[in-house]
Write a protein that binds this ligand. Structure first.
Ligand code: ANZ
Length: 846
């Protein structure tokens, strides 16, 4: 703990001990008075996992959310700023298994600890609305939500190949598999396994999820919008049916380039698609055996590897032929792993002249290549001018088979019958019309987005409210029998083994059918915790309602969330799922909006030693940091460390420096009040101007998340006020008091303890947090400037318009940066520099 200031100011610790209980008594941040007529703001921090105590890395997010919540309160808004815990899920469960404890005990112990730390950190949460997703009062409504989706055909079960984490022994959503094919949780290389699983049909909302991103432009980070767009990955194109010799069913392919149909020279199906197995059925051994061997190899390859462009192409011929519907050509059918079973239709027409992967394959297996788009003939009809030294675009490289370079670009159709001469775009339109007329194809869209796999074979989650009758019928648990409670862990082995531990809880799993009482079994899987977090922002609106998940009237008042704050690691998963569920609730008529989070702030990560901060890598735990520097200094240092969106290195965060600044601010209030007989020398507006300029600029800075700039400005005003005080007795103290009050009011957004103490010393009752905002006096905002003269070796080289309050350092920097001055200095070495702010800078060279 820091020692008491030598000059008798209270320490951070003393301020915290003094004010926290007072604020608790006042119940400051309850946001629920129905008669409250103030406009509303819903500020939400992504809620934490209770997987351990908070470290300073976590605290950045809550400092930012609190900054905004406190700001909007000062601006006169009724602010809802709730907190809860995302308390189901693997981190808690794994930790509990490791320690041999019940996940419940472990989870709620951690929540208590985190809660205490948040409280000490002075975050202005509404503590009356706390929720935990692992409480039956919460997860009951996950089950309710599941049943609503089930009833609408949006929750279904199917057999499928899933991503399997062999370490955590659980299924992973595609989103949880990192680009290198490993699990984002355990780090293990993800395998494929066939299981019967529950899915939410998020693909039914793909278009809306994509199109509604437009509503978020400007208020969500562009990067997040782009990531969501990519994830949904809509492609426009066509489906084309290719009859297959000796088979009734055609092969349907999805292509974004139907214009190249005349250039198809073979077909490729995914080896692991059902279609491949059907095509080799009854084939002779010289076809069936290599295929089986190939399939076994493909099964152990990750999707990421399969898609990587520079991989040597492999595949086997299936001994079958398809017919090109536009020209009747016979196309051999191959199986190759660069075609994925679950994208498009799992089969493609290969156009090696215009698709690089098809070309690589054609060259590997010596298949024909036919150019059907003349890329030397730009579709615009204008031959591009090529400057010397620039690469020639496609010109002269019209033999992809020889060069190995495919021609994906624009051009005019050739070797394509009636399409010849058309541009790519026109050809696409024409051929889709022709295919539709012939009944052999149609316009189609395809998405990268897959349905959301929600079942987990783990204990610590929401039980799926389905009962399986002996004959396999799925029976939804009647809503009035919710929640389906988790069983006791007594006698259950929670260790991951690939089937849900709930299945071994005999007394729990065996139930009579709700329809006829015959023996039946509960579904033993639990839900992905992303289900829990997909709607929690609505539960905060009526957290104790036991008749429904949330009160639609409260949602009408508060939702959507005005400002969401959280980590960019949730840019895809959580945000996409919350958007999806919101749209479902909208379709059910339960909410009046289609996007849950109107604005999003992604804070950068707090790094330590260049890496994400974590306990194991020496992360500083927040409680210890509070003991060392105090809450306010940590908050100010973090806010000051840089733009909130950028990553910050803990090594560059200087709470000790912030402590000094806060002491200087507090000292101002002390001086204003302890020396009432002194009259400060601020007879003119030289202090009132920067005070009002700051009042005028602060809202823009906060709303643009320029917290670091705002703090720098408060520091400047603190210095100017100090200067005014130290200049001795003079005409009026009003300006010094006004400046000090302004500093306290703005500091109340980020340094609540110091601000409250200043406020008290200035003679106001607590809390400063609800005092309100002051309007800047427009007459003081008119820019006043003085002319500063810059001399080099006695000669006047420049006149600069500068604010009268400019510091010597700033003035010198401006002078040295001036072009004319720089030219005058040339290569000469600078000797003595004399600065008399704001009037003169005199530079002498050696
Ligand atoms: C013929 C063609 C010619 C294609 C051409 C491209 C260029 P995006 O944009 O990602 O949607 N494709 C379709 N299904 C596939 C699958 N299951 N596995 C691997 N590749 C698949 O890509 C669509 C294109 O990717 C489709 O258009 C198809 O190749 C391929 F000059 O068809 B194309």
């Amino acid at each position: 703990m820091a020692d008491a200031e030598p000059d008798g100011l209270p320490t951070a610790q003393q301020l915290q001990e003094k004010w926290l209980p007072r604020w608790d008594e006042l119940q400051l941040f309850r946001s629920s008075q129905p008669e409250d007529k103030r406009p509303r703001k819903y500020i939400l921090d992504m809620f934490p996992y209770p997987s351990g105590d908070l470290h300073v890395g976590h605290s950045e997010q809550y400092m930012l959310g609190d900054f905004l919540a406190r700001y909007w309160r000062q601006r006169g808004f009724n602010v809802l700023h709730p907190i809860g815990w995302d308390s189901f899920g693997l981190p808690a469960e794994n930790a509990a298994i490791k320690r041999g404890a019940d996940p419940r005990q472990w989870t709620y112990d951690n929540i208590a600890q985190q809660r205490e730390t948040f409280h000490r950190f002075g975050v202005s949460f509404d503590w009356g609305r706390v929720l935990h997703t692992s409480d039956p009062e919460y997860y009951r409504w996950n089950q309710w939500l599941f049943l609503q989706l089930y009833r609408r055909g949006l929750a279904y079960r199917k057999d499928s190949w899933v991503n399997w984490d062999p370490v955590d022994q659980t299924v992973l959503a595609n989103e949880q598999v990192l680009p290198d094919g490993t699990s984002d949780r355990s780090g293990a290389v993800v395998e494929k396994k066939k299981l019967t699983q529950w899915y939410f049909r998020i693909t039914a909302y793909a278009d809306r999820l994509l199109d509604d991103l437009k509503q978020l432009e400007g208020t969500w980070p562009a990067k997040v919008l782009a990531m969501q767009r990519n994830w949904i990955g809509r492609s426009n194109g066509a489906e084309v049916d290719f009859p297959v010799e000796g088979r009734d069913e055609p092969i349907t392919v999805f292509t974004t380039r139907p214009d190249t149909l005349h250039g198809a020279t073979f077909m490729v199906v995914a080896p692991d698609a059902d279609l491949a197995a059907e095509l080799v059925e009854g084939a002779p051994a010289e076809i069936a055996e290599p295929f089986a061997a190939y399939l076994a190899r493909v099964r152990s390859t990750t999707e990421v590897e399969r898609l990587s462009a520079d991989r040597v192409k492999t595949g086997v011929f299936l001994g079958r032929y398809a017919i090109n519907p536009v020209n009747g050509e016979r196309l051999p059918i191959w199986a190759a792993d660069y075609v994925l079973a679950d994208y498009g239709t799992g089969a493609i027409m290969a156009v090696p002249a215009h698709d690089q992967r098809d070309l690589d394959f054609a060259r590997a297996f010596d298949l024909p290549v036919r150019v059907v788009v003349d890329t030397t003939q730009p579709a615009t009809g204008v031959i591009p001018t090529i400057r010397p030294g620039e690469p020639v675009p496609d010109l002269g490289s019209l033999d992809p088979k020889a060069t190995g370079v495919a021609l994906p670009g624009e051009g005019r159709l050739t070797a394509s019958g009636s399409l010849n001469g058309l541009s790519k775009t026109n050809a696409i339109q024409r051929i889709i019309k022709d295919l539709e007329a012939a009944g052999t194809g149609r316009a189609a869209k395809n998405y990268r987005l897959r349905d959301w796999l929600i079942s987990r074979q783990r204990f610590w989650g929401t039980p799926i409210p389905i009962i399986h009758a002996a004959d396999g019928t799925e029976i939804p648990v009647p809503e009035d029998r919710l929640p389906v409670l988790l069983p006791d862990t007594e006698g259950l082995d929670l260790k991951p083994k690939g089937t849900s531990p709930l299945g071994a809880a005999e007394a729990w799993v065996n139930v009579p059918s709700p329809i006829d009482g015959s023996p039946a079994r509960r579904d033993a899987d639990t839900m992905d915790t992303f289900v829990d977090s997909s709607w929690y922002f609505l539960r905060f609106l009526s957290p104790h309602d036991d008749a429904r998940p949330f009160d639609p009237a409260e949602a009408e008042k508060w939702a959507p969330v005005d400002q969401y704050v959280g980590g960019v690691e949730h840019a895809i998963l959580h945000l996409l799922y919350a958007r999806f569920i919101t749209k479902v609730l909208f379709d059910m008529g339960l909410v009046h909006f289609t996007e849950p989070f109107s604005a999003l702030l992604n804070q950068g990560m707090v790094l330590s030693g260049g890496q994400k901060m974590s306990k194991s890598r020496g992360g500083v735990d927040l409680g210890t940091a509070i003991d060392t520097w105090g809450v306010d200094a940590i908050r100010v240092a973090m806010a000051f460390a840089g733009p909130p969106e950028d990553a910050i290195n803990w090594e560059d965060v200087h709470p000790a420096g912030s402590m000094k600044f806060l002491a200087r601010a507090l000292r101002l209030a002390e001086d204003v009040t302890s020396r009432p007989d002194v009259v400060w020398a601020t007879g003119d507006d030289s202090l009132r101007r920067p005070t009002h300029r700051l009042l005028a600029d602060a809202p823009g800075l906060v709303e643009a998340f320029k917290f670091n700039v705002l703090i720098a400005r408060v520091m400047e005003l603190t210095n100017a006020t100090r200067k005014a005080i130290d200049s001795g007795p003079g005409a009026a103290d009003a300006a010094v008091r006004e400046a000090t009050e302004t500093i306290a009011l703005i500091l109340s957004l980020v340094a609540p303890f110091t601000a409250e103490e200043m406020w008290e010393r200035l003679g106001y009752p607590p809390p400063v947090a609800l005092y309100g905002w002051r309007k800047a006096d427009p007459t003081l905002l008119v820019e006043e400037s003085v002319t500063a003269i810059v001399q080099v070796d006695g000669k006047v080289r420049a006149r600069l318009d500068v604010p009268p309050t400019i510091t010597a350092e700033d003035l010198e920097r401006l002078a040295r940066g001036n072009d004319v001055v720089r030219r005058a200095l040339g290569e000469k070495r600078i000797g003595r520099v004399v600065v008399r702010a704001p009037k003169v800078v005199s530079i002498a060279t050696e």
